[in-house]
Design a binder for this molecule. Sequence first.
Ligand SMILES: Cc1cc2nc3c(=O)[nH]c(=O)nc-3n(C[C@H](O)[C@H](O)[C@H](O)COP(=O)(O)O)c2cc1C
Length: 226
Amino acid sequence: MNTSSHHFSHVVRHRRSMREFLPQAIPSELIQAVLEDAQQAPSNCNTQPWQVHVVSGAKRDELAMALSAADDAGRFTPDYYFDMTEYPEIYAERARSSAKARYDAIHVTREDKEGRAKAMRQNLNFFGAPHVALLFMPALGDSVRVASDLGMYGQTFLLSLTAHGLAGIPQTLLGMYADTVREVLGIDLDMKMLLGISFGYADRAAAANDITVGRIPVSQSVTFHG
Ligand SMILES: Cc1cc2nc3c(=O)[nH]c(=O)nc-3n(C[C@H](O)[C@H](O)[C@H](O)COP(=O)(O)O)c2cc1C
């Protein structure tokens, strides 16, 4: 393995979803460098359909409060639904096992409904991160192609954070409050929200960040032909 592929493999494996951040803000030049990297993501016919809203400072706090209020009011307004009960057992089991790793790390038991709800609500405060990027897209057809482009963008963004000594967490949950996000940020209704990525400097000492969820072997995902 040459040095640059070794470095790439290290970045890929070092990237992990962080769920506790230090309060310190990232210098704007560093955020710009991450955005320049993410902009290099591939997309269908180079359409680059991502519209990204980066929220920091007082606006970040305002958004976190609005999300909490929406949650309190039961105001769920997803542009794209997400229903884990539709997942066949093979995937549901992986989801249960990663949730168990998350809750075990912070000593919240399966029966502790209040503890679980509290941990879930941390999503709405961006897990304490000083910045959040909200990924929006135009609604086109069944949206699958455009959403895959945003996925490419999101992973490039996350890997760039890691390569710059930063960290992030992709959050579908934030998309459950799409109307609230649009209202607070003044975004048109025809732009649809797929996910958010909270980011900053990870608190590496935090128990919530001390988890490894692992992956299934390549042989279970890949079939060779020829
Ligand atoms: C598109 C996407 C959405 C996600 N949404 C959430 C979320 O809303 N809340 C959360 O705590 N984790 C969320 N995650 C993080 C996953 O749980 C995490 O990626 C997975 O368990 C693998 O762990 P790792 O990222 O540390 O490798 C999301 C990940 C992806 C890719």
